[in-house]
Design a binder for this molecule. Structure first.
Ligand code: MG
Length: 250
């Protein structure tokens, strides 16, 4: 069931979104050669808690950290660790959620560490732009398939693939609500978008195959061919004035 939020609830989600966004920004600034993903996770957790909020992901389904930090061929759900040291040329996808006064904000971005290859930069740029292509379609009267198709078309036109095994989602008082928001699909299909719906659009775009594998830790999700992957996400509200991005901090 899709839960429609009141204007007041959307305002609260904006507060949660601001905290999630600032946490993501701080995490991105910490992406430097020699830092461990454990240290970045600590920055995220400390900031979120300093705002009186809670990291949405900590203990969610047993996830042991505050942020998912996924390096290079890791698509999503990378578990921060002291052993995972980031080096020059890596690309680092960070996914952060914050729970504040009853609502979640959820966002992600892929950051470059130092000098990265032109191919890696192009993948990052395409993934980020595909998110905004999806957001543009998040208008009342459109359907989920319009968002999904916009993301897919943008990425595939540039010879990338979109991950199918994981998708975006409704978000609100629960981190994951209906509807599912895939990054592939057919225009005009799926749930109709109404004002008050709040969804996380989150393209995961791969340089090679769209296929992914989950490692033995049951979280870390990697590309099946070992090639790079990037991930961007915003929480947005459908309003009568168009899409409203809730995960912004400046
Ligand atoms: Mg999400």
């Amino acid at each position: 069931m899709v839960i429609i939020k009141t204007d007041r609830e959307i305002k609260k989600m904006k507060d949660a979104g601001r905290i999630a966004s600032k946490a993501l920004k701080l995490a991105g600034e910490a992406v430097t050669p020699g830092v461990s993903t454990f240290e970045i996770d600590l920055i995220v957790r400390k900031y979120i808690e300093s705002e009186g909020a809670k990291p949405s992901f900590l203990n969610y389904g047993g996830f042991p950290a505050s942020a998912c930090i996924s390096v290079n061929n890791v698509v999503i759900h990378g578990i921060p660790s002291k052993e995972c040291i980031i080096k020059n040329g890596d690309i680092v996808s960070i996914d952060v959620g914050a729970f504040f006064e009853g609502f979640h904000g959820d966002n992600a971005a892929t950051f470059a560490c130092g000098e990265i290859s032109a191919q890696a930069q192009a993948l990052i740029d395409t993934t980020k732009e595909s998110l905004y292509e999806g957001i543009k379609m998040a208008k009342q009267g459109n359907r989920i398939g319009d968002i999904a198709n916009a993301v897919q078309r943008y990425a595939e036109a540039r010879s990338y693939s979109v991950v199918r095994d994981f998708v975006g989602h409704g978000v609100g008082a629960s981190l994951h609500e209906d509807p599912s928001v895939p990054n592939y699909g057919t225009p005009g299909r799926g749930v109709r978008l109404l004002p008050g719906m709040t969804i996380a659009i989150e393209p995961m775009v791969n340089a090679g195959t769209h296929k992914v594998e989950i490692l033995d830790d049951e979280w870390t999700t990697v590309t099946a061919d070992g090639k790079l992957s990037a991930h961007f996400e915003h929480t947005i509200a459908i309003t009568s004035d168009g899409p409203l991005i809730l995960t912004l901090c400046d």
